[in-house]
Design a protein. Structure first.
Length: 375
């Protein structure tokens, strides 16, 4: 019995050992498996860690680059902040100066406004004075036109044209046409100056001539010019002014067809049978002259279709053309010859057209007066 019990205990211990051994074997296997899992995990961890390390190194490198950029930007921002502060300081200084300038400008504006108001007042005064002067000159023109022979009366005397182009509102040139018995009297004159001064001389000249013609005995043209010269010399005897005129004075006898004329500086043109004849007169004006000569009396027997031209020097002295030169006497006489076959009105229109074409935009320098008569 004891042996059986002992055997049973022994068997039980063996079984227990076998179980333990089996248990240990199984635990060892589990442990080995666990170790393999741990080893595998460690390997995987190292691989992952190595990959993460590279990523971290890359990120660190990128972060370093970014930090460098941020540092550079920070420096640039600091520089710009400094520049902004400098600019702000400069702007503040300029604003202070601008404020001072504005104060000065405001003061100047006040002064300018004050001066402007004065100018407006002066302008109004000048305008009123100008208007008054202009009105006076326009009225003087009416007076001058009234004392010049009317075109209606001239047309009754002759087949004619009068080209009259004053440089200004009133003129220093004038013409007179009168009829006394069998005599037809006509003259054109160019007084010293033009505009208002010249117009005063024309009034004197017209009055002197009409006074001479109103005397009982009609004198020769040369004698009339001598009297006219003496009148001007007496008028300006105590003056420094040496005003006067250039003139051609004609008297036509309707019974004998004899034209008598005399002139002071200005010539007379006759066109007959397509030939131009120039009658030059004494080179003396009506008025004071250092080398005084007697005026000469000329006579022409007028034939049918003769054409007589009297003129002042305004047309031929006008500047113009391509070279801005004077029209000149020769060109003017050729123009009269070229147009003389036209009727009187057409001659006038042609002369006027050529004058303005020649003058162009150039300022008119003198009064223009041309008289054409067709016998």
């Amino acid at each position: 019995m004891r042996k059986e019990k002992k055997l049973k205990r022994k068997i039980k211990r063996l079984k227990k050992k076998i179980f333990l051994k089996k248990k240990i074997s199984e635990d060892f296997k589990k442990l080995k498996k666990k170790n393999q899992e741990i080893k595998s995990f460690i390997i995987k961890y190292h691989i992952k860690n190595k990959k993460n390390k590279k990523e971290l190194e890359k990120k660190a490198e990128n972060q370093n680059i970014l930090n460098q950029k941020l540092f550079a930007q920070s420096l640039e921002i600091d520089q710009r902040n400094f520049e902004v502060e400098e600019y702000a300081h400069e702007l503040k200084s300029k604003n202070e100066k601008l404020k001072e300038s504005n104060e000065i400008i405001l003061e100047n504006e006040k002064e300018i406004k004050k001066q402007y108001n004065k100018l407006i007042l002066q302008k109004e005064i000048i305008y009123e004075n100008h208007k008054s002067i202009k009105d006076s000159i326009n009225y003087a023109k009416k007076i001058q036109n009234a004392i010049l022979t009317s075109k209606t009366f001239i047309d009754e005397m002759f087949d004619n044209f009068i080209l009259f182009l004053p440089k200004q509102t009133v003129s220093g040139d004038f013409y007179i046409f009168r009829k006394i018995g069998k005599y037809k009297i006509f003259t054109i004159a160019d007084c010293t100056g033009h505009g208002v001064p010249g117009a005063f001389i024309t009034i004197l000249g017209i009055n002197f001539i009409n006074s001479i013609l109103d005397e009982k005995n009609l004198k020769k043209p040369s004698e009339i010019l001598e009297i006219l010269r003496e009148n001007f010399k007496k008028l300006f005897k105590f003056s420094e002014q040496k005003d006067g005129m250039d003139i051609v004075f004609c008297i036509f006898n309707t019974e004998t067809n004899i034209l008598e004329f005399s002139g002071a500086n200005n010539p007379l043109i006759l066109i007959r049978d397509e030939q131009l004849i120039e009658y030059k007169t004494v080179k003396n004006p009506i008025g004071f002259y250092y080398k005084e000569k007697k005026f000469i009396n000329y006579k022409i027997e007028i034939k049918k279709n003769d054409k007589i031209y009297l003129y002042s020097d305004g047309f031929q002295d006008q500047f113009g053309g391509k070279k801005n030169s004077k029209f000149q006497s020769k060109r003017f006489k050729n123009l009269l010859l070229d147009t003389h076959k036209l009727d009187m009105q057409s001659q006038k229109n042609k002369l006027k057209e050529i004058f303005f074409n020649w003058k162009g935009k150039t300022q008119q320098i003198d009064d223009i007066l041309i008289a054409g008569i067709n016998f």
